[in-house]
Design a protein around this ligand. Structure first.
Ligand code: NDP
Length: 412
């Protein structure tokens, strides 16, 4: 069928490329390009021998000219951006210059301000449309599958969705006192920021981790979860007509939160550069260097993730509730592709999104969030490619749960 150029070669890219190789009918060729070429070569060495032809390249994705030269040489059908959010705009520029479809899993964030918004990427809408190419924004799990779930719920189970709660539970245990499941810098910037949710047409801001709920997750059990701002809230608030409130909750253990608070208190999570022994360093980047590499968590992580959306609204004039979720097992993911479930649940939808664009199943020139496409073929592919979903037509709602505090875990 065609060729994908994957930019970045971290945890998520590794899963996406594994899945592309499994899906060799669609992905006949894959070029893996990243800042550190040796990582691309190591991944190629692991996966060579199948039907997919794999090549590798070195690229600085902050540099548009380098990207354009690479795309012109490789001539992919789609560029799959699995580098960091800082590179979104340069990669979009290069796609525009070469008229190549674009996909990512995280929205643009300027490196010097921990603030992510879609406005920078949405500004490319007209130019992508005129060039006849599609940019598919946010094709991971959250954002990604959560948007597909929302479009699917609206298409099949509601006339109007009024409330969405997105619940992201990672009950995996990697045995370290503190580690992050994906890029530590991006992860810590996200969770140490103020929270916010959308209600009645406006954003309501909260202090970081101010709102806590307990939810009894299917196949996992009770976990404490905290309200965060999350990027799909911004697009879903616009794309789900009549929505009254949309919130995002993520689970954290007490151990994780206590370590994070301590690191924050001593200044280690700051993104302001400081002078250290005659050199400028960013404390958060230094912290990233001393924390375990998320890719190394795979063999140690046990337990499951459960990520999904609870919808409440109207169908045929009656109140309706519906919960769509996926449960993923860290050890099963590791066995299959050598990565833990957080990378797996992001890499699989990245492969599926790329397949939607390459096969022309989703063909809509412009810049779109994932919920703006027909969810059905994506939902079918989730079942086929390792992220089967489950539904509950009578779920417990978040606000119905008593607000209570679980016994804090001992700090390991
Ligand atoms: P990693 O840090 O493991 O990997 C990032 C990769 O990008 C590395 O290979 C890195 O290269 C490469 N890279 C960084 N800067 C450049 C550059 N200037 N030029 C070329 N390559 C570069 O991150 P993850 O795999 O954990 O995350 C990848 C993306 O997925 C992130 O944007 C993250 O926010 C997103 N994500 C989305 C989720 C979702 O559900 N939507 C969930 C989890 C993550 P090097 O090896 O040299 O450092």
């Amino acid at each position: 069928m065609g060729k994908a150029l994957v930019v970045g070669c971290g945890g998520v890219a590794s899963v996406a490329v594994h899945k592309m190789v499994q899906n060799s009918e669609v992905f006949e060729e894959v070029c893996i390009a990243s800042r550190t070429k040796s990582k691309c070569d190591a991944l190629k060495a692991k996966l060579d021998g199948g039907k997919t032809k794999i090549t590798t390249a070195q690229v600085d994705a902050n540099n548009v000219d380098e990207l354009v030269a690479l795309i012109e040489k490789e001539k992919p059908d789609v560029v799959v951006n699995l580098a960091l959010p800082y590179q979104d705009l340069t990669i979009m520029e290069a796609c525009l210059a070469t008229k190549t479809h674009y996909l990512d899993t995280a929205n643009y964030e300027p490196e010097d301000t921990a603030k992510f918004e879609y406005k920078w990427q949405w500004a490319y809408r007209e130019r992508f449309k005129e060039a006849g190419i599609t940019a598919l924004l946010g094709s991971g799990f959250d954002p990604g599958v959560t948007g597909v779930f929302s479009a699917y719920a609206l298409k099949h189970h509601f006339d109007e969705i009024e409330y969405i709660d997105i619940l992201d539970c990672n009950a995996g245990d990697h045995g370290y006192p503190f580690a992050t499941n994906f890029n530590p810098e991006i992860n810590i910037r996200e969770v140490s920021a103020k929270g916010s949710y959308w209600e009645n047409g406006r954003w309501i801001e909260t202090e970081p981790m101010e709102i806590k709920r307990v939810y009894n997750f299917p196949e996992i059990g009770e976990r404490e979860m905290y309200l965060l701002h999350h990027e799909e809230l911004e697009s879903l608030a616009l794309n789900i007509p009549g929505i009254k409130r949309i919130r995002f909750f993520m689970t954290f253990s007490q151990s994780y939160l206590t370590h994070l608070k301590c690191l924050e208190n001593v200044g280690m999570t700051s993104i302001e550069p400081i002078e250290f022994e005659g050199k400028q360093i960013v404390p958060l980047q230094f912290l990233k260097a001393v924390l375990p590499d998320p890719a190394s968590l795979g063999p140690r992580t046990k337990g499951k993730t459960n990520i999904g959306c609870i919808f409440k609204g109207k169908k045929d004039g009656k109140e309706n509730t519906y919960y769509l979720y996926n449960v993923c097992d860290h050890e099963a993911c590791y066995k299959e592709v050598g990565s833990q479930a957080v990378a797996y649940t992001t890499g699989v939808p990245a492969m599926i999104g790329a397949m939607m664009l390459m096969t022309g199943t989703w063909n809509k020139p412009g810049v779109y969030n994932i919920e703006e496409f027909d969810p059905d073929p994506f939902m079918e592919a989730l079942n086929k490619w390792g992220l089967p979903w489950k539904e509950d037509f009578n779920p417990a709602l978040v606000d119905d749960e008593p607000i209570k505090v679980l016994e804090p875990e001992l700090i390991k």
